[in-house]
Design a protein around this ligand. Structure first.
Ligand code: SF4
Ligand code: FES
Length: 350
């Protein structure tokens, strides 16, 4: 379960996958409601909880929620920008059962990193990584790649090593929410991606003993889509700050799909019986060319959100797929030779 505790965040990254309409503090679930979500999730079989946001440290009740999840036997991951992570807070969270920290990093260079974050965040990340190492917790560093930082991918890998990461996720931007808003400014060129792939391959071999390196591809440049969510409603779900339960973190992009909310419907009912979770489960919903394609159990027809965003119909084949009749929509974006516009920075949640 991805528990998005809040949309509040001290950073303003233009590639944020949060929706453009950010939820304010007033719409957030209460502590009691989150405790109930954790209980119901455990009952449902959830063994891993990722506390995320926004910035989950913005919630004062995070220690209580970590303790509760841990008490239920759940593996607890904190997905954080590192801002607000002091020695006292981390030691408290570790004492309450926090198992792992995933720290976002914008770049290896302070100036570019701070520009991307929209605030002077870089130095805080170095401090946060040091605290996580000192607490003996495993550390994943997550870096979203785009046109502005991908040329420094070698330096970014070195930087993650210096931070003491055991795992490094180098994730090319996926275009949802604010990232979609900023797509023209973020999209790298094919030459940039080819160069980056070589660096990643060399680093994966060189560091295989000490750093688990995950490289998330830029799907617009691929010929077949990503197996998004490993199938809709099959392995995971997201609870948004207001209690809406989403089959994927970007699912509010599918505006004709109504989401159920944990304040009115039991989590198990939503998982097993809701229209939203059953909409694209299995293969019945598929149309051609997916329906008769021998890759339909490998990539599940790609991403439902991307299909909707491009075609207005979430049952379409993901237009990234070379077999999709809509692939030309992606190609037109790749072929447009526009000058990259300035970023629209993610605004603060109300
Ligand atoms: Fe995947 Fe559908 Fe493309 Fe086949 S047609 S590769 S199932 S997206
Ligand atoms: Fe929603 Fe891919 S991001 S299904």
């Amino acid at each position: 379960m991805l528990a998005e505790l809040t949309h509040r965040c001290p950073l303003h990254c233009p590639y944020c996958s949060n929706p453009l309409e950010l939820l304010g503090r007033d719409s957030e679930l209460s502590t009691k409601q989150w405790i109930s979500v954790l209980d119901q999730a455990r009952e449902l079989g959830v063994l891993q909880v990722h506390f995320s946001g926004g910035e989950p440290l913005a919630r004062k009740d995070l220690p209580e929620l970590v303790a509760h999840a841990s008490g239920l036997g759940q593996y607890v991951n904190l997905v954080t920008s590192g801002l607000g992570l002091t020695e006292e807070r981390l030691s408290d969270l570790a004492g309450r059962g926090l198992n792992h920290v995933q720290l976002s990093v914008q770049d290896a260079e302070p100036e570019s990193a701070n520009l991307l974050a929209g605030t002077r965040a870089h130095a805080h990340k170095i401090t946060a990584a040091r605290l996580v190492n000192a607490a003996g917790l495993p550390l994943t560093v997550n870096v979203v790649l785009h046109r502005g930082n991908i040329d420094r991918i070698g330096a970014i890998i070195d930087f993650a090593e210096e931070l003491g990461a055991q795992r490094l996720e180098l994730a090319n931007t996926q275009y949802y929410g604010w990232a979609l808003r900023n797509r023209d400014a973020l999209l790298p060129s094919r030459a940039q991606l080819d160069a980056a792939a070589l660096v990643v391959r060399e680093a994966s071999e060189r560091l295989s003993e000490r750093l688990d390196l995950i490289y998330v591809l830029a799907d617009y440049y691929a010929d077949r889509p990503k197996p998004c969510m490993y199938g809709w409603g099959s392995r995971q779900f997201t609870v948004a700050p207001d209690g809406d339960v989403l089959p994927c973190p970007a699912a509010t992009a599918i505006t004709d799909l109504r989401m159920d909310n944990v304040t009115t419907t039991a989590l198990a009912d939503i998982w097993y019986r809701s229209d939203s979770f059953n909409a694209f489960r299995g293969q019945e919903w598929m149309r051609e060319p997916c329906r008769s394609c021998d890759r339909r159990e490998i990539d599940f027809g790609g991403c439902r959100c991307q299909a909707f965003l491009f075609t207005g119909d979430a049952t379409s084949t993901d237009p990234v797929c070379g077999l999709s009749p809509d692939r030309h929509l992606i190609d037109a974006i790749l072929e447009a030779d526009a000058v990259a516009p300035a970023f629209v920075m993610r605004k603060a949640a109300p």
